[in-house]
Ligand binder design. Sequence first.
Ligand SMILES: NC(=O)c1ccc[n+]([C@@H]2O[C@H](COP(=O)([O-])OP(=O)(O)OC[C@H]3O[C@@H](n4cnc5c(N)ncnc54)[C@H](OP(=O)(O)O)[C@@H]3O)[C@@H](O)[C@H]2O)c1
Length: 394
Amino acid sequence: MSQIRNVAILGSTGSIGRAALDVLSHLGEHFHVAGISCHQQIELLETQIESFLPRFAFATGPIDDSIAAWQNQSVSGVPQRTIRQHGMDALVSFVQSDEVDIVVAAIVGIAGLESSLAAANAGKRLALANKESLVVSGSLMMEAARANGSEILPVDSEHSAIFQCLQAGRGKSDIHKIILTASGGPLRDWPVDKLSSATIEEALSHPTWQMGRKITVDSATMMNKALEVIEAKWLFDLDPEQIAVVVHPQSIIHSMVEFKDGSVIGQLSPPDMRLPIQYALTFPNRIPSPSPKIDWSQSMHLDWKPADQERYPALQLGFEVAKKAGTCGAVLNAANEAAVDLFLNKKIKLTEIATICRQVLDHHHYSPAPSLSDLQKMDQWGRSEVQRWINAKC
Ligand SMILES: NC(=O)c1ccc[n+]([C@@H]2O[C@H](COP(=O)([O-])OP(=O)(O)OC[C@H]3O[C@@H](n4cnc5c(N)ncnc54)[C@H](OP(=O)(O)O)[C@@H]3O)[C@@H](O)[C@H]2O)c1
C-alpha cells in the first residue's frame, strides 16, 4: 500500500465507529481519518477530534444553541483546525468530495441510507456496516455501485466472512449455498412461551457481541438475521433459496460458503468487529490486526443447528422479503425500527415486534420496482402504520 487513503467514518461515536477508529489507530500512515460524524454525542466526538485530528467533523442531530456554538469553535493548541459542520446535507457533500476515498458507513438505521447511497454514487469504496441501506434499497444501491465503480465491502461479520470465503471460488456460478451463522442472541435458550416477558435489560445482554441497542434487540428477535438474509441476497446476487441460517452459539465461524462440488469454506476468528472492519479497509491486503486470535493450544467445541423459523417469526419475514423485494424491504425495515423503539420505550413486548412487522408488511401496497422517493414514502407509511397499530391497541 503506497498511497494514503482518506477515510470517512460516518457514525464514529457508535459501536462500529469506535471500533473503526481503533483499527485506524493501528493501521499507520497509509490511512488517514479525513472526517467523522455523530448524531448527538458531541462530547465524545470532541475527544475523537482531539485524538485523530480529522479535517472535518459533523453532527447531524437537532440544531440548537450549543450546536451553533460547537460549529464555531476550534481546538486550542491543536495545529490543524477541524472544520465542524452540522446536518446530513453537509455530511453527504463531504462523502461525495475529493477529501474522501473510503467511507465507513456505521450510522444506525435508515438514517444511514442517504450517505451510503451518496458514497456508492460517488464511486467510493464503501465499507458497509449499515445493513439497513441494502435492506431498504438493495437494488438501487447495487446499481449505483455498478454504474459508478464503487466497491461495496461488507463490514457485517457474516457478510465479510462470505466475501472472504468467495475469494476461494471463481464467482457466483461456483456457489451452491451460503450459510449465515447466528449467535441466537441473548435469549436463545429461553423457552418460547417465556420470550414475551423479556425485559429491555435481558434483551440487551448479548452473550458474544457488544453492539448498539437497536442491533442487539434485532439479535434477540432474530430480525438481525432476517435483515442479513436480505443484505446477502443483494450483496452476492443470490436467490433466497441459496441462503441457509444456522445457530452457532460460539460465534467463531462467522459464515460459510458451500461450493457446487460440496466443499464448504468458512471464516473463523474470535468475535471482534475490528477484523471485518480492517479487511474492508485494506482489501485485498491482509495485515496484522488488533483483534484477538484463536488460541490453538486450547480445546474448543463448535456447534450449530438449523435456525427454527417457528421460534423466530422474524426470520421467516426476512426470507419472504428477500424473495419479493420491491418495496418490502423498506416496509419491513421501517416497521422494525419503529417497533424496536416502542419496545425500548416499554410500550410493547419483545415478541410483538415481529407481529407488528408481519401486519404492516401484509397490508402495504407492494410495488416491484420502486424509485428512491417511493421507498422513502414507504418508510414513512410503515412508521405511521406502527403508530396506528399501537394507538388501536391502547
Ligand atoms: N455493532 C456491531 O457490532 C454491528 C455489527 C454488524 C453491523 N452493524 C451495523 O452497523 C450500524 C451501526 O451499528 P452500531 O451498533 O455501531 O450502532 P450504535 O452504537 O447505536 O451507533 C450508531 C451511530 O449512528 C449515529 N446516529 C444515530 N442516529 C443517527 C441519525 N438519525 N443520523 C445520523 N447518525 C445517527 C450515532 O450517533 P450518536 O452516538 O451521536 O447518537 C452513532 O454514531 C447498524 O446498521 C448495525 O446494524 C453493527
